[in-house]
Design a binder for this molecule. Structure first.
Ligand code: ADP
Ligand code: ADP
Length: 232
């Protein structure tokens, strides 16, 4: 489903090189809830940005569904992107737009017709538990509700992969738990592969079946949560 083969990524800025990833090998299978844990600066965001086509590896290959991303044209990449949804630590909602319109964005980009958009958006909002918030602005919502909008938007294009970048780091423990339960439901009901990057062990233990531990651009351990941490 997602595979990185000997991937390295070096950022070069003003002549200074920063090796963010060093020889990463990683395999995420269909249906996994795969956690990547590590301290700040370990290379987690870089890793997820490679999977999401936002960055290209300096060396090595990234495969999604068996396709080498390095061999895609710009047009192929655009098509492939709708297969990947992403949610963020600070939700990245458009504050000037209502909840309905935030969730509609990917569907508008896909040139869906108005009725289709309306039906799909309302169905998604219902699914994430915000059936009554379509007409609200993000500023009227709690953090947990904002992340639910982010999730609805990420699912709009029917992706088979959901990438979560510190998606619960800005939330309190109880809200975190409810968002993690929602991710679990998405994984189970829609068979969406979930990849989570986090610095919080509790997130890994609560929902992940597999984990990779990162340190200074390398994966230092990888396997089932049971294998790596000894207990679920
Ligand atoms: P994490 O998500 O684990 O905090 P990052 O992938 O953000 O790690 O960062 C890994 C390393 O790469 C850090 O040293 C960081 O400073 C560097 N880095 C990340 N993004 C960039 C960038 N766009 N340009 C230069 N260096 C970067
Ligand atoms: P138009 O006026 O262009 O025909 P719509 O009638 O589809 O557009 O929607 C007008 C606005 O109402 C949208 O921009 C959106 O903010 C909001 N909206 C649309 N559908 C709903 C809905 N079911 N619930 C709440 N707000 C909605």
């Amino acid at each position: 489903m997602i595979e990185l083969k000997d991937v390295s990524k070096t950022y070069t800025r003003k002549g200074i090189s920063n090796e963010a990833l060093k020889g990463i090998n990683l395999k995420v299978e269909k249906g996994d809830i795969f956690g990547v844990i590590g301290y700040s600066g370990a290379g987690k965001s870089t890793l997820i940005r490679l999977v999401n086509y936002l960055e290209r590896p300096t060396k090595g290959q990234v495969f999604v569904d068996g396709h080498d991303l390095g061999e895609y044209s710009v047009k192929d990449l655009r098509a492939a992107k709708k297969n990947i949804g992403m949610i963020f630590q600070h939700f990245n909602l458009l504050e000037s737009k209502k909840v309905f319109d935030n969730v509609a964005i990917p569907l508008i980009l896909l040139k869906k017709n108005k009725n289709e958009i309306r039906q799909r958006v309302l169905e998604l909002l219902e699914f994430v538990g915000l059936g009554d918030k379509a007409g609200s602005y993000p500023s009227e919502l709690s953090g947990g509700q904002k992340q639910r909008v982010g999730i609805a938007r990420a699912l709009a294009s029917n992706p088979s992969i959901l990438l979560c970048d510190e998606a619960t780091s800005a939330l309190d423990p109880q809200t975190t738990r409810s968002i993690l339960q929602l991710l679990k439901k998405i994984n189970a009901e829609y068979n969406i592969t979930v990849m989570i990057i986090t610095h919080e062990m509790s997130v890994i233990q609560e929902i992940c079946n597999k984990v990779a531990v990162m340190e200074e651009g390398r994966i230092i351990e990888q396997g089932s949560v049971l294998e790596v941490f000894g207990h679920p």
